[in-house]
Design a protein around this ligand. Structure first.
Ligand code: SAM
Length: 285
């Protein structure tokens, strides 16, 4: 493990509001006031937030187009003992936002990275969606190209965890109709729009109804969106039958143990469950 040298500066990853300017922590404000430099995705945009809190710290731009060059400058400053905060336009940096190469390089250099947690649209939407939160996946933005998007969604067809997507408003119908094709019209979705803002709307229904609701109300098509899709409901009996079928085919060539392991991997069923079920004297090697 790389040793952290304390004479170096610290890189703070600071979450900022996703709409409502009051959604920022006291610690975030303190850090933004105290650091030597703030690296912001869009300095003009961030100035509005900083002015609102009378923060006069120097700003530098760090966005997806200059991140690789800026990385060297930021790294040098940190090595010379400067403390730097990274912020994005909204929410938590690095979450569908710039910053990953920087954090990776800073950590590789043995310099301390400290998160200052706060708003994140995905987590805010999940917390109010009324969908299972014990296990979920974050998919961010789907690919813009239709083929790649369909492929990505196909790979999620049997996903049992709640899925979280970021949507851009001009692609909302395309994405929802692709979702309908893959997950079916009845799959429940939540559209969380303009979170923390004046026209915040959190609507839960099946995909078909959500599409017609959006079609009939053009006001609902504007703004920023998070879309959550309920995970697939697993039919345990059907899954067990399918696992047995696959096991029997594999067992013709493989040992009981190998066939169980592989069949369980293919269907996602618990290995121990299948192992016991298929355990019979003639099957054991
Ligand atoms: N880093 C941000 C975060 O922590 O959520 C996300 C940045 S990403 C570039 C922007 C996307 O986040 C938007 O297109 C939208 O999908 C989602 N988003 C951001 N703010 C939102 C809000 N107030 N309401 C709904 N979705 C929001």
């Amino acid at each position: 493990m790389t040793k952290i040298v304390e004479t170096q500066g610290v890189l703070y990853i600071v979450a900022t509001p996703i709409g409502n300017l009051a959604d920022i922590s006291l610690r975030a404000l303190e850090v933004l006031k105290e650091v030597d430099l703030i690296a912001a995705e869009d300095t003009r945009h961030s100035k509005l937030l900083l002015n609102n809190y009378s923060i006069k710290t120097k700003l530098t731009a760090l966005h997806e187009h200059n991140e690789r060059q800026q990385l060297k400058t930021v790294l040098t400053k940190l090595k010379h003992g400067e403390n730097i905060a990274l912020i994005s336009d909204a929410g938590t940096p690095l979450i569908s936002d710039p910053g990953f190469p920087l954090v990776q390089a800073v950590k590789d250099a043995g310099i301390k990275v400290v998160p200052i947690p706060g708003a994140c649209a995905a987590i805010a939407a999940l917390s109010a969606a009324g969908m299972p939160t014990d296990r979920f996946i974050f998919e961010g933005f789907l690919p813009a190209k239709a083929g790649a998007r369909e492929q990505r969604l196909q790979a999620l067809e049997h996903e049992v965890r709640t899925m979280i997507f970021y949507l851009s408003p001009h692609r909302i119908f395309k994405v929802l109709s692709d979702m309908q094709a893959v997950f079916g019209s009845d799959r429940e979705v939540v559209v969380a729009r303009e979170l923390t803002k004046k026209f915040e709307t959190i609507k839960k229904d099946n995909i078909a109804n959500i599409i017609s609701w959006l079609t009939n109300d053009s006001n609902q098509q504007k703004g920023e969106f998070v879309c959550l899709v309920a995970g697939a409901v697993v039919d345990e009996n059907a899954l067990m039958q399918e696992s047995e079928r696959i096991y029997k085919i594999l067992r013709e060539e493989l040992s009981h143990k190998q066939a169980v392991a592989l069949a369980a991997k293919i269907t996602g069923i618990k290995k121990s469950k299948l192992y016991n079920l298929m355990l019979s004297p003639d099957q054991v090697v």
